[in-house]
Design a protein around this ligand. Structure first.
Ligand code: HEC
Ligand code: HEC
Length: 310
């Protein structure tokens, strides 16, 4: 490397653990801004920041205990407290990364960006399909425990505490309804295929794609009509989705799990969608469940800290 040339380390690698800990503590946007470390100089990378141990690329065995908590120590700490400790967060990030690659990458991708074929969401954006549980902010501030809930019980996994059980994307064509939808809606057909076409044009318009204005206008009326599309009931009037139900934000193409082209939108409406994520509560050790949730949560922050390779 030429002397004086900046070291090509991705920004997230340079964030000191103290900043990482703050990021993990809460995804409150104000805090995130405050905690973003200024860009480090190349020479800073391996320096020990005040009160902390640098999260390097590799963790050697002798660093465990003093600088990083050992995995089993995480089991007894409440998950949202892990981010308050530099040592515990460093341990959680190191373990969480390994647990993630082993159990989650198959669907969410090694880079956490979500695999389209698995219909699994991108975990690096700060858009959560499922709501937060923070009482003080009414669920607005997201916490590692929100991720832990999803991971422990899954999404429509069959576990009684799973996410997404309350409402799913029903099949508007009754022949594709599952037992759950048949109990709720019977065989009632509220929209014709021409109306599904109008609704699809409206969804195209919502996502900023080319659409037929006359059809989209009719589709909008159907979207808001509780005897017809009734879409607003689950997707909200402005179509941005309802995080208590895990319904897709229909104004953002990049958040669609099943494709945002017209054919995919029509299929979503006609046949319904029931995304499933397995529950991990009985597959992972308590410390693994916490560590992977802390890790995933930390990666969703605007400037995510790196987890070291243990
Ligand atoms: C009972 C609640 C409910 C109603 C009513 C409903 N949706 Fe949905 N919709 C959902 C949920 C939940 C999802 C996410 C499904 C998943 O993640 O598998 C979804 C997903 C979708 C998708 C797929 C988006 C993606 O991620 O690819 C489209 C398109 C869609 N809805 C459009 C509509 C339209 C248009 C209507 C009205 C005709 C409608 N929905 C009515 C709950 C509902
Ligand atoms: C078999 C595939 C699969 C595996 C394995 C899997 N997931 Fe998922 N995950 C999904 C799908 C599909 C969804 C979205 C379900 C829906 O809403 O339709 C999801 C949703 C999520 C969400 C909710 C995201 C949000 O925006 O609210 C989180 C968090 C998550 N997964 C984390 C994990 C973690 C951590 C692991 C590993 C311990 C994991 N997942 C393993 C398929 C998977």
């Amino acid at each position: 490397m030429i002397r004086g040339e900046p070291l090509k380390v991705p920004v997230y690698r340079r964030i000191a653990p103290a900043a990482a800990a703050l990021l993990i503590a809460s995804c409150n946007p104000a805090q995130v801004t405050q905690s973003s470390a200024p860009p480090a100089q190349a020479s800073d990378v391996r320096q020990t920041p005040a009160g902390g141990h640098p999260i390097g690329d590799k963790v050697s065995d002798d660093e465990y205990g003093e600088f990083l908590s050992r995995p089993e120590e995480l089991a007894s700490v409440p998950i949202n407290d892990i981010g308050k400790s530099i040592r515990l967060s460093a341990g959680a990030l190191a373990l969480g990364r390994v647990v993630y690659q082993k159990n989650c990458a198959v669907c969410h991708g090694e880079d956490l960006k979500g695999r389209k074929e698995a219909h699994a969401p991108d975990l690096t954006d700060d858009e959560w399909r499922f709501s937060g549980d923070d009482l003080a902010s009414g669920g607005v501030n997201k916490l590692p425990s929100d991720v832990e809930w999803t991971v422990r019980y899954g999404v429509r996994s069959g576990n009684p505490n799973a996410r997404g059980v309350e409402a799913d994307m029903l099949a508007f064509d009754p022949q594709y309804r599952n037992q759950h939808d048949l109990e709720d809606y019977g065989r009632v057909k509220t929209v014709t295929s021409a109306e599904i076409d109008d609704l699809a044009e409206y969804v195209l318009q919502l996502t900023g794609q080319q659409s037929n204005p006359a059809k989209a206008a009719r589709g909008k009326a159907l979207f808001l009509d509780n005897a017809k599309g009734n879409c607003f009931d689950c997707h909200e009037e402005d179509a941005t989705g309802n995080p208590a139900l895990g319904s897709t934000n229909l104004t953002r193409k990049d958040l669609f799990l099943y494709g945002s082209d017209k054919a995919s939108i029509v299929e979503s409406m006609t046949k319904g969608r029931r995304g499933v994520m397995p529950a991990f509560g009985d597959k992972l050790k308590p410390e693994e469940l916490k560590a992977v949730s802390v890790y995933v949560f930390s990666q969703a922050a605007p400037e995510a800290p790196a987890a070291p390779n243990p």
